[in-house]
Design a protein around this ligand. Structure first.
Ligand SMILES: C[S@@+](CC[C@H](N)C(=O)[O-])C[C@H]1O[C@@H](n2cnc3c(N)ncnc32)[C@H](O)[C@@H]1O
Length: 218
C-alpha cells in the first residue's frame, strides 16, 4: 500500500524528528546521529515497529535504528512508538527510523559503523529459487552485514517459514557466522514477551504455527 492511500502518513513522517529519508546521511558516523556512544541495534524490515517500540522503550541504554523499504510502514512505526513512549512519559531519543532497501544497506553503513546487533523479524521468505538472493539472510546479505556488524556482534532472526529457517541455518554457516542458538519452536522454551511481539509474529502464533529462531554470532 502506498503513502497516498494513507493521507496522514507522508506529513506525519516528514514531521518526525527521528525519521531519515536520506539513507546515506550518517554512513560512517552513526554515533553522531544519536549523540552518544551507546550500542546500536539495527532492525531491518521493522514493519509497524512493534518490536522496536517495546525493545527501545525498555532499553534506554541502547540505540535503535528501525529500517524499512516502505515509508508507510515507518509512518505506522512512528505512531506506535509515540504511543508507547508517551504512555511512559518518555522522550523518543534512542530511535531512528530509516527508509532504506536492505539490498543497498552498504549505502547506509560502512566499516566505521559498529552495529552491535541486527534483528530480522519475519522477513519475506522469497520462496522461489531465483528470488532466494533477496532473502535478508542470504549469504550475499550476511556478507554485507559483516562490513558494519562488530566482531562478536549478533544477528537474531525469527520466521514462521520452515524452508527459510532451514536454508538460513545453512546461510549463516556458509557466511562464517556461528549459530549459538536455533529453535524450531522458540516459545516451547522461551517466555512470551508481549511487549515485543511483532505484527506478523502475533498473526502466526494465532494460527498455531511454531516460531523459528536463529541467533548467530559474527
Ligand atoms: C513480512 S513483513 C514483517 C514486518 C515486521 N518485522 C513483523 O514481524 O511484523 C516484512 C517487512 O520487511 C520490509 N521489507 C521487505 N523487503 C525489504 C528490503 N529489501 N529492505 C528493507 N525492508 C524490507 C517490508 O516493507 C515489511 O515491512
Amino acid at each position: 500500500m502506498r503513502l497516498r492511500n494513507r493521507p496522514w502518513a507522508a506529513p506525519e513522517l516528514a514531521d518526525c524528528p527521528y525519521y531519515l529519508s536520506d539513507f546515506s546521511r550518517y554512513r560512517g558516523h552513526w554515533r553522531e546521529a544519536f549523540g552518544n556512544d551507546r550500542p546500536i541495534w539495527l532492525e531491518i524490515g521493522c514493519g509497524k515497529g512493534l518490536y522496536l517500540r517495546g525493545m527501545a522503550s525498555a532499553h534506554p541504554e541502547l540505540n535503535f535504528i528501525g529500517a524499512d523499504i516502505k515509508s508507510l510502514m515507518l509512518a505506522y512505526a512512528r505512531r506506535n512508538i509515540e504511543q508507547t513512549y508517551a504512555a511512559s512519559g518518555m522522550q523518543v531519543d534512542n530511535i531512528i527510523l530509516l527508509s532504506v532497501d536492505a539490498e543497498r544497506i552498504l549505502s547506509s553503513f560502512s566499516e566505521e559503523d559498529t552495529v552491535d546487533r541486527i534483528i530480522l523479524n519475519f522477513s519475506n521468505p522469497w520462496p522461489k529459487p531465483p528470488h532466494h538472493k533477496r532473502r535478508l539472510t542470504h549469504p550475499r546479505q550476511l556478507e554485507n552485514y559483516k562490513v558494519f556488524l562488530r566482531r562478536g556482534g549478533i544477528v537474531e532472526f525469527k520466521t514462521d517459514n520452515d524452508e527459510l529457517y532451514a536454508d538460513s541455518l545453512g546461510y549463516f554457516s556458509e557466511a562464517g557466522y556461528s549459530v549459538d542458538e536455533d529453535c524450531f519452536d522458540y516459545y516451547s522454551s522461551h517466555e512470551i514477551d508481549t511487549s515485543i511481539i511483532t505484527e506478523h509474529e502475533q498473526k502466526f502464533m494465532q494460527l498455531g504455527l511454531p516460531i523459528h529462531y536463529i541467533r548467530a554470532i559474527r
